[in-house]
Design a protein around this ligand. Structure first.
Ligand code: ADP
Length: 375
């Protein structure tokens, strides 16, 4: 096997030109020439991924599957190179499927002909902290193989997970300040004749501000999917963010290094929130050295690739994906609500882009997001 070749190409920075997969001789064998042509005619234009897997048997037992026909939605959605079906079996391309529930279910579909419906979550093989998505699988037998229809349920699964996280935050984060406020009010009630001590009032203000921030954050998040797209200068957006963050930059002795930035198709207010959150975090999660934040953009094939990198405390690989979820925080010594990156992800995805984080060269983190060129 050629080690430099990746059977699945899901990294947004890799050029990927979807090419239709070649002919599937086994499909012609099963359905006949005309049947196979009709099958392809029907499924080539199908808007969701559809693929065929043919059983590879040893001593009668299914040990692996060969890739058969995959429709254009499958090829482009999973960024699978045209060579993959000829060069790899299913388990070679996706070694983590070995022994998985899905693999066993495919074997069962082949052997017993019982259709199988289930949900599978795919991760990218690059450890870039970005989940490819969750798909409802509907699999049925065809010849000595399986036809699989995938239905993308990523957005609704994320939304459900976020609702659960929201219930958690109301239970924990929001009830703590409310309990604090109730307690402070009780202290004031106990001494009706004494004027309240300034530190009690200050504490009251701080706890109610914290509750307000949480509520505002959740509302921000809820609205971050609503877009008014126009042509926006990313340079202007960055200048505005730099002006807003001037006090934090001055206080931390930080520098902002801005490369050549393009005009993009985006909602200017929402884009500003993304850049503001990323730069704000880069200043907040700084290391010992004065923060140095670099903003740059590269032209990809179909999208701008914008990065905000820092020399801060960095993020472990295992937390790299988690931090984009609502209310998710790693570094708790620094104030925060864990909403900022969830807002970034939601805004970027509403624009049709993706966002992820990787270690930056020489330490720190590099956040990258993409913005499709649009029309
Ligand atoms: P908050 O900043 O309010 O905690 P975010 O959603 O913006 O929430 O960030 C989530 C978590 O991701 C942070 O608590 C922190 O642990 C981590 N994080 C975000 N940005 C950076 C960064 N530039 N460097 C290191 N860690 C970061």
């Amino acid at each position: 096997m050629d080690g430099s070749y990746s059977p699945l190409v899901t990294d947004a920075r890799t050029e990927f030109e979807p090419e239709p997969w070649g002919d599937d001789p086994q499909l012609r064998e099963v359905l006949g020439e005309q049947g196979a042509a009709g099958f392809r005619g029907l499924l080539d234009g199908f808007p969701e991924p559809v693929g065929l897997l043919w059983a590879i048997r040893e001593g009668g037992e299914v040990v692996d599957f060969a890739f058969g026909y995959g429709n254009p939605a499958m090829v482009s959605g999973f960024r699978i190179p045209a060579e993959t079906p000829d060069r790899y079996t299913l388990l070679e391309a996706l070694p983590r499927m070995r022994g998985s529930h899905a693999f066993d279910a495919y074997v069962d579909v082949c052997d017993r002909g019982e259709p199988w419906v289930s949900e599978v979550t795919y991760d990218t093989p690059f450890g870039d902290g970005y989940m490819l998505g969750t798909f409802l699988h509907r699999a049925a037998r065809i010849g000595d193989g399986v036809i699989v229809f995938l239905h993308d349920v990523t957005a609704s699964r994320r939304m459900e997970a976020e609702l659960v996280a929201y219930a958690d935050v109301v239970a924990h984060d929001l009830s703590a300040p409310l309990a604090g406020i109730a307690m402070l009010v009780k202290v004031l009630e106990l001494r009706p004749d004494e004027p309240p001590a300034p530190d009690v009032l200050q504490e009251l203000r701080a706890t109610s501000d914290r509750a307000r921030e949480l509520v505002d954050g959740v509302l921000d998040y809820a609205r971050s999917g609503e877009l008014v797209i126009e042509t926006v200068s990313l340079q202007d957006v960055t200048d505005a963010v730099a002006a807003d963050l001037r006090p934090q930059l001055a206080e931390s002795g930080g520098t902002l290094v801005v490369g050549d930035l393009p005009e993009v198709r985006a909602d200017p207010r929402q884009l500003r929130r993304v850049v503001q959150n990323l730069v704000g975090n880069a200043l907040k999660f700084r290391g010992e050295a004065p923060p140095r934040v670099e903003i740059g953009a590269e032209r990809g094939r179909e999208e701008w690739i914008v990065s905000v990198s820092d020399n801060g405390i960095g993020i472990d690989r295992e937390n790299a994906r988690r931090i984009f979820a609502m209310f998710s925080r790693v570094e708790r010594r620094v104030e925060g609500s864990g909403i900022g990156l969830a807002v970034c992800r939601r805004v970027v995805e509403a624009h049709g882009g993706r966002i992820w984080v990787e270690p930056a060269e020489g330490g720190g983190s590099a956040f990258t997001f993409t913005l499709p060129f649009g029309d």
